[in-house]
Design a protein around this ligand. Sequence first.
Ligand code: PLP
Length: 397
Amino acid sequence: MEKIIYADNAATTAMSDAAIEAMGGYFKKIYGNPSSLHTVGQIAKEHLDAARAKVAQCLNCEPNEIYFTSGGSESDNQCIRSAALQGAKKGKKHIISTAFEHHAVLHTLKKLEKEGFEVTYLDVHGNGLITAEEVKAAIRPDTALVTVMYANNEIGTIQPVREIGKVCREAGVPFHTDAVQAVGHIPVDVRADNIDMLSLSAHKFHGPKGVGALYCRRSLPLVTFIEGGAQERGKRAGTENLAGIAGMAAALVEACANLNKNAAHLTALRDKLIKGLLKIPHSRLNGDPKNRLPGNVNMCFEGIEGESLLLLLDQKGICASSGSACTSGSLDPSHVLLALGLPHEVAHGSLRLSLSETNTEEEADYIIAEVPKVVEYLRSISPVWEELEKGIRKHLI
Ligand SMILES: *Cc1c(COP(=O)(O)O)cnc(C)c1O
């Protein structure tokens, strides 16, 4: 097969035509600085406001609750640090999160721990979910923040965000969610979902890279993270990336308008892939089979290395991932799979296929035909597999 099958959309997506078209005007025509008082600047300001209104509408919040950033990582950093600092002012230095957050969240929390905060990392169940009751039980009088991701980037599981938000609201604790994998893919409504702060990133829903947004509920103070000019109501300095912001808004409007149609297509492809790949002996699906993102497939195959699997699949024109793009290149198994309670040996043999609307049934058929061959080949040269076959080691899946 000459064509490349791109099945790594959780790492990043191709830009939509709508996003590219929306951006075109901002390089030579609408190039003003939105802070300038003259006509050219004010036209840019109008476009900035329009983009903000579109993003706000997609999330069901007010435009002045949206702050543009450089992406998901920055939004996570700012939301978490802001809530931590606000909490600390009141003597609250406890944060609740989960063991399987994105590193943008986990590393921010690790740093806060060094700065004197205490973090409770809730255990994730074997199906990749936590419950609102578990969050409730962990809340203390000194809890400054709960941060739980909306949908996991590796295994796609969707957390009970609305219920978690309710528990936090009742306890008066701010609730942040990293919704980078959710926004544009499943319905996200910050009001109905009881969310106080949220992170999103354009390049995960067919927008440009290097631009994102955070939502911060009006009644909640947001601490400035990047000092400088008065952009973003003084909360995030720097001349706005207007082309990127307009591209993001266009991509989001399109994604939200087609949410149900896309989800139906993706869910069918996903379930076909899962069914097909589970026929491989000693394989397992990671994460809840139903409560997961429409386009996410994450499997483990015993006795092989995920990295080798990826390289061989790449030679066959299939671009996939072993999990998080941020940990590839390191030999550690995914922290997400370990959080599910998988043994190291099993977690090593993981494969994530993350689909987009443009993936086809034929592509799924090709993947279902090729993956078993590669797994079989890798097992034929695997000393671990030999030991499993001879009964020297016990099968874990
Ligand atoms: C991609 C991703 C991020 C980081 O977003 P960037 O825009 O690449 O910084 C954060 N959280 C999750 C869940 C992601 O999938």
